[in-house]
Design a protein. Structure first.
Length: 278
């Protein structure tokens, strides 16, 4: 509907500032001609819209203009207020900021819509606590977050005491586990934050690659990691000791098959070999 599109156009300009007609058209999935018609409609309705043509031009609202959020649907309001149930934001220390933002959002809503926000807290609760009720301490997450926002190089120690400079491009939270994505030794790497043993924020700043997209890289890296694990299954071994005979049974699992190797201690000769599917 055009009314919904006009509201979306208004909120985009309010949130992002100057945007080109092409950017607005791509965001709203309409033609540039439609964008110009919509801008004219907003102007006719008294919205102070300013447009400038040519290189460096664009569309924007006059500084300081604000609008009340009267066009949000019930579903949109519920989705926004479900953000308050996000554990990753708590890890980043943004839970209070989120609550303040939602309070301002609630104040901007019409009185008839505020009850929808209240219902979210009363009727839906998402428990994202790990099943073992334990969360690893992340003493360096705050420092890493600062480095990500400021484009500053970190000096990290992780794994088997590996110490190197690391340019942090972004943080990813998956199943309540935090991962750091960035560049080290001229290669993009992924490091599990809980395995970082030490971190120091340096004064060195780096230039983030303009073409790097965190969500795209993570999706591709995750898919490749899963594919590698599937094509190279790890061998698992279990040893069982049986009674007085001290017969030792060793079971190997490889490519979804179980191979049983039975032999006696101190005797390298193989007595039996059996193979069956898991």
């Amino acid at each position: 509907m055009r009314a919904d599109r006009l509201l979306s156009l208004l909120l985009l300009l309010q949130a992002r500032g100057r945007m080109t007609a092409q950017e607005l058209a791509e965001q709203l999935e309409v033609s540039e001609r439609t964008i110009y018609r919509d801008l004219s409609a907003l102007s006719s309705a008294g919205i102070p819209v300013y447009t400038e043509s040519g290189p460096g031009g664009g569309c924007e609202l006059v500084d300081g203009y604000q609008t009340r959020l009267t066009g949000l649907t019930t579903t949109e309001i519920r989705a926004l207020f479900l953000l308050s149930l996000s554990d990753p934001l708590t890890d980043l220390g943004l839970d209070r900021a989120l609550q303040d933002a939602l309070l301002k959002l609630s104040a901007a809503l019409p009185t008839t819509s505020r009850s929808d926000a209240v219902q979210v807290r009363q009727r839906i609760y998402m428990d994202t606590t790990p099943s073992d009720h334990s969360r690893r301490a992340l003493p360096y997450l705050g420092l890493i977050q600062d480095a990500v926002w400021q484009d500053r190089t970190l000096q990290l120690t992780y794994g088997r005491s590996i110490r190197q400079n690391f340019d942090p491009y972004g943080l990813v939270s998956k199943a309540n586990i935090w991962y750091l994505v960035g560049a080290a030794a001229e290669e993009i790497q992924v490091v599990r934050v809980s395995r970082i043993q030490a971190a120091r924020l340096t004064e060195q700043r780096f230039v983030r690659p303009a073409a790097f997209d965190l969500a795209t890289y993570w999706t591709e890296w995750n898919a490749q990691t899963f594919a590698n694990r599937s094509s190279h299954p790890q061998e698992k071994k279990a040893i069982i000791i049986y009674g007085a005979s001290q017969t030792k049974k060793t079971a190997f699992v490889y490519k979804n098959k179980k191979i049983l190797d039975v032999h006696r201690p101190n005797d390298s000769s193989r007595l039996a070999l059996a193979s069956k599917k898991n």
